[in-house]
Write a protein that binds this ligand. Structure first.
Ligand code: NAD
Length: 378
């Protein structure tokens, strides 16, 4: 019952609910509940870029959120517009192209834009959205350079719009538990963090991920960023120095971007991190934190679902309840949090500044790879 009500377009739903309420001699519990639901505030999202992540994770996850709804799309492909319009009941007036998205300014159905285009287009699309008066949720990595990240922050600030980055692990219970174990020093002081995210990238050579102008970098920018994030959110510190090395098994395919990178980082408290990432293996997507009285680890810890962990005292780190939403859990959680920040005027835990910090560190790792030197960070 509640599922079929949810599927109704909101206006029709409210109209029907109200007429049912007026017709009834007394307000039934079901109607009261329905009215309360109708009054629940939701942020209207437009997805910008209808590629793999939007199609398979974000749009389905939006259907499981409490405070969000998919109200618009921005796409360069008319065939996709037709398909999405039918599948998600999106009114024609809420469909834009990259060229027309500035016109969203006069569309009250759209409160926020979720930018899911190739990395080096994030600034362009974020800035267009913010200038149209929309809040922006932007996928990781925030952009291809720190300068672009700073520009995004400045424009959103000037437009008084919230800007947040899609760091989904920051909303994931297994990762949140590891942050707690570190903060509360359950196993004492941290010493070493080993973090890795590698995937087999099975894409044709023409894909944007191999094109530096569109991606900004390879495995390190795309998935290594999860390992970098983990070293930062587990220590709660910023690295003061990094050293990186790379190797390639396919210098033709990976002519412009990195294929496999390892890096080390040192933190102010003395913790050192040992990390790696690759587009050419898929062994690990997680981390192990070694402290002076024990350790804890997630393996995997960066996947859409099925994350799990262990501790040196034999206890498991396991939150089976997140399995109910499977691969949609983290995306629904990050979008609901963003909506609640907008509705409540609260700060986000994943602001643009967080994306900028990562870009500065990634840039330092690339510099170290090029120069063969350890690069110090301010
Ligand atoms: P994708 O290639 O499947 O989709 C990219 C979309 O951008 C496509 O619809 C494409 O048509 C559109 N696009 C617009 N202009 C383009 C241009 N000039 N060249 C190429 N494509 C163009 O990519 P994806 O896997 O959906 O990744 C999109 C973004 O999401 C990236 O920033 C990526 O890092 C991020 N991402 C995040 C996660 C996560 O877990 N948070 C997972 C995958 C991807």
């Amino acid at each position: 019952h509640s599922k079929s009500m949810k599927a109704l377009p909101r206006r029709r739903f409210i109209r029907q609910t109200l007429s049912a309420a007026l017709a009834a001699p007394f307000i039934s519990t079901a109607v009261t509940r329905a009215l309360a639901q109708a009054a629940e505030k939701k942020i209207g999202f437009a997805l910008c870029g209808l590629g793999s992540l939007s199609t398979h994770q974000i749009a389905p996850a939006l259907q499981h959120t409490k405070n969000c709804r998919l109200t618009g799309i921005i796409t360069g492909t008319p065939a996709k517009a037709e398909k999405w319009k039918a599948q998600y009941n999106i009114p024609g007036r809420n469909i834009y192209s990259y060229e027309t998205m500035a016109k969203m300014a006069d569309n009250p159905d759209i409160d926020a834009v979720y930018v899911v285009t190739p990395n080096a287009l994030h600034a362009e699309h974020t800035i267009l959205a913010a200038k149209a008066g929309k809040h922006v949720f932007c996928e990781k990595p925030m952009e291809a350079s720190s300068e672009k990240c700073q520009e995004m922050i400045d424009v959103c600030k000037a437009a008084i719009r919230l800007l947040a980055i899609g760091y989904r692990c920051r909303f994931e219970p297994h990762n949140l538990e590891c942050m707690r174990l570190a903060r509360e020093k359950v196993f004492g002081d941290l010493r070493i963090i080993q973090a890795c995210f590698d995937i087999h990238l099975d894409l044709p050579p023409g894909a944007w991920r191999f094109n530096k102008a569109l991606s900004g970098g390879g495995a390190l920018m795309d998935v290594g960023i999860y390992a970098l994030q983990a070293t930062r959110f587990i220590t709660g510190e910023e690295p003061i120095a990094v050293f990186g090395m790379e190797t390639k098994t396919d210098p033709v395919k990976f002519k412009e971007v990195d294929e496999t990178v390892v890096w080390q980082a040192k933190f102010p408290s003395g913790v050192i991190a040992d990390c790696s990432t690759s587009y050419n293996s898929s062994l690990v997507g997680g981390y192990r934190a070694v402290a002076d009285k024990g350790w804890f680890q997630l393996d995997p810890g960066f996947y859409y679902d099925g994350n799990r962990g262990r501790r040196s005292d034999g206890e498991e780190i396991r939150y089976p309840e997140v399995d109910s939403l499977g691969e949609f859990y983290q995306f629904a959680a990050e979008m609901d949090d963003f909506a609640q920040c907008i509705l409540g005027g609260k700060a986000t835990r994943v602001p643009g500044e967080e994306g900028l910090r990562d870009l500065k560190i990634l840039t330092a790792i690339y510099k170290s790879i090029r120069t063969g030197e350890t690069v110090k960070l301010g």
